[in-house]
Design a binder for this molecule. Structure first.
Ligand code: FAD
Length: 470
């Protein structure tokens, strides 16, 4: 097999980090092999993460709109029902087509694809137990670890993916649970909670910390939480899960206040554990070749993505930094550019983050809390979608744009958007931040009317001067 020929680059893991690195490496003229154990490319993101969750978010949103918003727009429907198997099939189909698409891209770019579980024998040799039961050794001058992350459970909780599920199980429930408890108010918990809430579940989110989505700007978070509460999502913050009992029909959750106190029992049909993700390096034999990891198990790399072992690199969720697919992709491209003797760079302070609920929340750069902590003097410019003509025209005017800019120079430091399409709107701000733009730069750019993007222009005007429409 071609697996035993010497490669320039061998990549372990075919997620957004690994597969993008593989394609880019080949494009740069490097002989490349990618090893993936799952039997399908695209990693967590495509198989059990970003893509299936967005499919279900969209389907459940359409159902919810048909049920609750069509009438406002003068559309009468006599009966709206969920066909869950069909909804899940749509999602599975999207995933299947996309994974096949990446296999096609591998062929087109002449990336060798080895299906199997890889582990290090030496810094330039990987032994692969192939999916078809064989074993092969893949050699490479440079080896990139792109093995991603895995679901993290909590002490005393065993995930069975039926009644006590991770995000993976929550993407394929066989029926809509009457009561769903979500442990953890991060973006994954809120997205999956939204899906099932829209389809009819009573959703309660239990969170140890005092706030939902800790990385979010506080002012935006408050409005966001209020919006989710209006959608009937319940929150139990500062609450600790003591134990989970699934021996009877449903699930019983014993909780107590985070700072201690009286225990109480919550009942649910399904419990979703979304308490974070952990780097996945098991079975890789990193210790054998002496690759250094931190306390959380993440591989430590320098700014060229090189570990402490020459020739061994790491990218994506398995190294420190935001655990996001687009960050993994950027890592992958920069890493192979370095290997090819070029230069690459990823600025983790300029990676956008999006929560794909309704409305969406998207942000880039600093929050107000971060700027206060860093002692930076800043100005705030805000514009509500209530004053945006397009948002009013379509009766979808919840949310706002908030811009934080340096008080002296007007340079944009952070942008936070809550809007139905915030995940798309944010990129103008991402570009602006990458070009060190000022708020006046955005304000003086002509924006098409009527668009939601005009709210960004108006918020920019509000940052250094006055907006027009409020
Ligand atoms: P992964 O995608 O985890 O890929 C690693 C791959 O390596 C896996 O396929 C694994 O099978 C393989 N592998 C591991 N060990 C070995 C081995 N020894 N040999 C061979 N193969 C191996 N991010 C976003 O940016 N946007 C989103 O909307 C979003 N939504 C998400 C929703 C959910 C429910 C979840 C769980 C995650 C979501 N994420 C999202 C996060 C995103 O999925 C990850 O940040 C991203 O997948 C990381 O990419 P990666 O390439 O580093 O690792």
């Amino acid at each position: 097999s071609s697996g035993s020929d010497e490669n320039d680059v061998v990549i372990i893991g075919g997620g957004p980090g690994g597969y993008v690195a593989a394609i880019k490496a080949s494009q740069l003229g490097l002989k490349t092999t990618c090893i993936e154990k799952r039997g399908a490319l695209g990693g967590t993101c495509l198989n059990v993460g970003c893509i299936p969750s967005k499919a279900l978010l969209h389907s459940s949103h359409m159902y919810h709109e048909a049920k609750h918003s069509f009438a406002n727009h003068g559309i009468k429907v006599s009966s709206v029902e969920v066909d869950l198997p069909a909804m899940l099939a749509q999602k599975d189909n999207a995933v299947k087509n996309l994974t096949r698409g990446i296999e096609g891209l591998f062929k087109k770019n002449k990336v060798t694809y080895v299906k199997g579980y890889g582990k290090f024998i030496s810094p330039n040799e990987v032994s692969v137990e192939t999916i078809d039961g064989g074993n092969t050794i893949v050699k490479g001058k440079h080896i990139i670890v792109a093995t991603g992350s895995d679901v993290k459970s909590l002490p005393g909780i065993t995930i069975d993916e039926k009644k006590i599920v991770s995000s993976t199980g929550a993407l394929s429930l066989s029926e809509v649970p009457k009561k769903l408890i979500v442990i953890g108010a991060g973006y994954i918990g809120l997205e999956m909670g939204s899906v099932w809430g829209r389809l009819g579940s009573e959703v309660t989110v239990v969170e140890f910390a005092g706030d939902i989505v800790p990385s979010m700007d506080g002012e935006i978070r408050k409005q966001f939480q209020r919006s989710l509460e209006k959608q009937k999502m319940k929150f139990m913050l500062k609450t600790k899960v003591v134990s989970v009992d699934s021996s009877s029909d449903g699930v019983k959750l014993t909780v107590e206040p985070a700072e201690g106190g009286e225990q109480s029992i919550l009942e649910a049909d399904v419990v979703l554990v979304s308490a974070g993700r952990t780097p996945f390096t098991s079975g890789l034999d990193l210790e054998k070749i002496g690759v250094e990891t931190d306390k959380a198990g993440r591989i430590l790399v320098n700014d060229r993505f090189l570990s402490n072992v020459p020739g061994v690199y790491a990218i994506g969720d398995v190294i420190p930094g935001p655990m996001l697919a687009h960050k993994a992709e950027e890592d992958g491209v920069a890493c192979v550019e370095f290997i090819a003797g070029k230069h690459g760079h990823v600025d983790y302070d300029k990676v956008p983050g999006v929560v794909y609920t309704h409305p969406e929340v998207a942000s880039v750069g600093k929050t107000e809390e971060q700027l206060k902590k860093e002692g930076v003097s800043y100005r705030v410019g805000k514009f509500p979608f209530m004053a945006n003509s397009r948002a009013k025209a379509i009766d979808n005017a919840e949310g706002l744009v908030k811009i934080l800019a340096d008080k002296e120079t007007d340079k944009i430091l952070g942008v936070h958007i809550m809007a139905p399409n915030a995940g798309e709107l944010i990129h103008e701000a991402v570009l602006a931040i990458n070009y060190d733009a000022s708020s006046e730069d955005i304000a003086r750019v002509c924006h098409a009317h009527p668009t939601m993007s005009e709210a960004l222009k108006e918020a920019a005007m509000a940052t250094y001067d006055k907006p027009i429409h409020i």
